[in-house]
Write a protein that binds this ligand. Structure first.
Ligand SMILES: Cc1cc2nc3c(=O)[nH]c(=O)nc-3n(C[C@H](O)[C@H](O)[C@H](O)COP(=O)(O)OP(=O)(O)OC[C@H]3O[C@@H](n4cnc5c(N)ncnc54)[C@H](O)[C@@H]3O)c2cc1C
Length: 389
């Protein structure tokens, strides 16, 4: 619980790693005079369970939690807002409304922004996977589109064939079948020549076979350059009809770091060392999709790394606040288990080049996801489960 010690802790963003920091504050492993959490949206959604929710496997309660309630339960002041500037010299952060917050130690866990979000029409016409309030519009949009469908089949465009795009296309097929819109044409557009670029070839081939079996068309090496209310414009100016457009393009750097003149990589992600500290900026740390590890610049931006960074970040923030400097290093795993919900009662798992598609894999995925959510939902109710590595 916050309340002991002299330093002020500022948490910027309600990302995955900061959940572990909130837990460490609750259990007294982090001691601070004052802790503040700034994030625009009180409702948080666990994106790993979003395809399962859309496909009808999870309830809304299972994949969302209230960040404001969580902060209150652990004695942290929650401020709704968006940080637009960090001054590492004066150790202050400025919000969009001009409020300035001083800190002794701060951590940035603001995630990324969807790649290509500023392309013409995307903000207005595409369905977005984040933040929670926008993602939760996807289910009702399916329902409306299925109800309004005329004699022509409904056209669904999924832009991006990373894990999120593949899972969403399959979840869309499952949901539209439930809504008796089985004739819907679902097309995935992907700028690269392959799907699941960050995964092995074996899992990509298995996933392609699953997509084919669910009658989902793949347009590879095809970049969507513009979207309209009922169409997408692909590379070369080709226009294709699209009643529903799901934007699943992966992550770009948020503008905050360049705007603040903070150390960042060539794409604008915040640079951090192995202790998740920003070099040359005392007291400033970062984790999750928003950062690039200097020692592993090619590490994909994925929730699994944000989650693994959480306990290390919590420990290092405690050390910075206590002034001990006894930091632990984050060592990313070079191989991690990838689990894709294929929305047919099975999941496709990959580990070290091997791929397995079965109901047992989905049961494993469910267990991992639900355990993660229960841990922090319990914390929000004031009953922490205690640390688990
Ligand atoms: C459908 C889908 C499925 C996915 N499945 C998986 C999966 O199975 N495995 C996996 O590893 N990854 C998965 N991912 C990727 C994963 O969701 C992200 O890697 C992960 O969410 C990144 O976590 P984060 O904590 O860095 O940021 P986020 O979870 O994006 O959290 C960022 C927080 O910061 C807040 N914020 C943003 N800007 C500001 C600001 N300027 N000031 C203050 N607060 C701010 C946001 O509101 C939010 O609360 C999936 C993604 C999607 C969309």
């Amino acid at each position: 619980m916050a309340g002991v010690g002299l330093s002020r802790l500022l948490l910027i963003g309600g990302g995955h790693s900061h959940l572990f920091v909130l837990e460490a504050l609750a259990t007294g492993r982090i001691k601070t005079a004052e802790a503040v959490l700034v994030s625009p949206d009180a409702r948080q959604l666990y994106s790993g369970m979003l395809p399962g929710y859309l496909g009808g496997r999870h309830t809304l309660d299972q994949l969302t939690f209230d960040l404001a309630a969580l902060a209150a339960a652990v004695g942290v002041r929650y401020l709704p807002g968006r940080v637009e500037r960090i001054d590492a010299f004066t150790r202050t952060a400025t919000l969009a409304d001009g409020t300035t917050l001083p800190y002794d130690v701060a951590s940035v866990g603001i995630g990324g922004v969807p790649a290509g979000h500023s392309l013409s029409g995307v903000a207005a016409h595409a369905l977005h996977l984040k933040p929670a309030d926008r993602a939760l519009l996807i289910g009702p949009a399916f329902e409306r589109a299925a109800a309004a469908a005329g004699p022509e089949p409904l056209q669904v465009a999924v832009v991006g064939a990373g894990a999120a795009g593949v899972e969403l296309a399959l979840a869309a097929r499952a949901r539209l079948d439930q809504l008796e819109a089985s004739r819907a044409v679902i097309t995935i557009y992907e700028s690269s020549h392959t799907i699941l670029r960050d995964h092995g070839t074996t899992v990509a081939e298995r996933a392609e076979a699953v997509l084919r079996s669910r009658d989902i068309t793949l347009r590879l090496s095809t970049r969507v350059e513009e979207v309209g209310p009922n169409h997408v414009v692909a590379s070369g100016g080709r226009v294709a009809p699209a009643d529903l457009i799901l934007w699943a393009t992966g992550t770009e750097a948020p503008p905050l770091f360049r705007a603040s003149g903070l150390p960042s990589d060539s794409r604008g992600f915040l640079s951090v060392d192995d202790a998740l500290a920003v070099p040359g900026c005392p007291g400033l740390f970062g984790a999750g999709d928003a950062v690039t590890l200097l020692s592993a610049p090619r590490l994909p931006h994925a929730g699994v790394h944000a989650v693994r960074q959480g306990p290390v970040l919590a420990r290092n923030l405690a050390a910075a606040l206590a002034g001990t400097g006894a930091y632990r290093n984050f060592r990313p795993r070079t191989e991690s288990l990838a689990l894709l919900n294929t929305a047919d009662g099975r999941a496709l798992g990959s580990w070290r080049g091997l791929a397995l598609h079965s109901s047992t894999v989905l049961a494993v995925k469910d267990r991992i996801d639900r355990r993660f959510m229960r841990r922090f939902q319990r914390l929000a109710r004031g009953t922490p489960q205690g640390p688990r590595p």
